[in-house]
Structure formats: structure tokens, C-alpha cells
Design a protein around this ligand. Structure first.
Ligand code: TMP
Length: 213
């Protein structure tokens, strides 16, 4: 299948506003790649299972209050605590589908008014995705989709700001913007095609790179 010594899994990140369809698409992609016989895992950030993740979860559900900088660094720490496992898996040939990553970290915190560069700094050195799939949806449309669940950031005004800050991050070559207002199946079809290409290049030995590249 074209595998060689440098063969590795692909790091595929999904980003987008709350209710843009990331979780559904990640699930469908996982089944698809598994069906093709690929070694693949679905991850998500925040990973609420760790002790840092529990602090984040309690903040998001309004059970605790934290300074904006503090919660930003916790989100970042939550990625750092998974970094070495991520590298091990990728190098062992497993493709990782990741529901949110550093881009959420920067877009959400800078939307609160924190300095953009300050927000990017703690992410430096994390593994860079091979592909970022941005599910693009107008904030108003996302809000209509079955409503928000009531977590801290699920408010229309705030999501508008998040969308603007995401757009400041998008210019890197690994981004693909997908119109998330389309039918689920149409989004799915586009996503599958772009992901397969990247899985193949990584299999052929594409070098792993680091944030922010
Ligand atoms: P989730 O709904 O995908 O579990 O994400 C929880 C919320 O946390 C969501 O509103 C986005 C936000 N978030 C950040 O503010 N910073 C981050 O680094 C991540 C990963 C998510």
C-alpha cells in the first residue's frame, strides 16, 4: 500500500463554531476509515477525562470561575499532556481525527479580548495537523440547529466573535474550508475525499511538523 519506514498516520483536525457539525462528521469519518482497514482513532479537545480536563469541564458548565488567562493555559496544558501519546500513535501508523485543537484555543480566548499572539504562544511545539477541516457555518445558522446546550461559550454574540478570530488563523496551507450548511451527506463526501489524500501522503512518509507551521 505504499508504506515505508517513515510511514505514519495523519493528524486531521476539525474546527468550527459550536453546532457546526464537527462531532457528527468526525464520527462518520472514523467509521469510513475503519471500513477501509486503516488504523484510526477519534480524539477530542478538551479531553475532559484528565484532571486538567475536569477543571476545564467545571469551568465550561459554570461550576467554577477562572481568570481568562488561566483557563486558556489549562486548555493548552490539556493538549500538552496528550502530545507524546499523539506522536507515538502517529508514528505507529495510526491516523488521528481530532475534534478541536489549538485553533479553538486561540479563537475562543482571543474572542474574549486576550492578545492574539499571547494566545498562540503556549501552543508552539505541539504537533501541527496535516489537515484542518474548518466547518464553515454562519453563527445564526449554528444557533438555530437544535439550540445550544447551555455551556459557557454557547451564545450567539460570542460565537460571532469566535468566527472572526478563526478567520485570522486560516491562512496556513493545511486549511480546507467546507460549507457546513450543506446536507450532512454532502459535507461527509467532501471531507472523505480530502482526508484520504492526506492519509496517503502521510503513509508515503510526509514529515511531521510543529505548531505554528
Ligand atoms: P466542546 O463542546 O467541543 O467539548 O468544546 C467545549 C468548548 O470549549 C467549546 O465552546 C470550545 C471551547 N474551547 C476553548 O475555548 N479552547 C480550547 O482550546 C478548546 C479545545 C475548546
Amino acid at each position: 500500500l505504499g508504506a515505508n519506514n517513515n510511514s505514519r498516520g495523519a493528524l486531521v483536525v476539525f474546527e468550527g463554531l459550536d453546532r457546526s457539525g464537527k462531532t457528527s462528521q468526525c464520527g462518520r469519518l472514523l467509521s469510513y476509515l475503519e471500513g477501509l482497514g486503516h488504523s484510526v482513532e477519534l480524539w477530542r479537545f478538551p479531553d475532559r477525562t484528565t484532571s486538567v480536563g475536569q477543571m476545564i469541564s467545571s469551568y465550561l458548565t459554570n461550576k467554577s470561575q477562572l481568570d481568562d488567562h488561566t483557563i486558556h493555559l489549562l486548555f493548552s496544558a490539556n493538549r500538552w499532556e496528550k502530545r507524546s501519546m499523539m506522536e507515538t500513535k502517529l508514528k505507529a501508523g495510526t491516523t488521528l481525527i481530532v475534534d478541536r485543537y489549538s485553533y479553538s484555543g486561540v479563537a475562543f480566548s482571543s474572542a474574549k479580548g486576550l492578545d492574539f499572539e499571547w494566545c498562540k504562544a503556549p501552543e508552539v511545539g505541539l504537533l501541527a495537523p496535516d489537515l484542518v477541516v474548518y466547518l464553515d457555518i454562519p453563527p445564526e445558522k449554528a444557533a438555530e440547529r437544535g439550540g445550544y446546550g447551555g455551556e459557557r461559550y454557547e451564545q450567539l454574540e460570542f460565537q460571532r466573535k469566535v468566527a472572526q478570530h478563526y478567520m485570522l488563523l486560516k491562512d496556513s496551507s493545511s486549511w480546507e474550508i467546507v460549507d457546513a450548511c450543506q446536507a450532512l451527506e454532502d459535507v461527509e463526501k467532501q471531507v472523505k475525499e480530502m482526508v484520504l489524500q492526506h492519509v496517503r501522503t502521510c503513509r508515503k512518509g510526509k514529515t511531521l511538523s510543529y505548531m505554528w507551521s
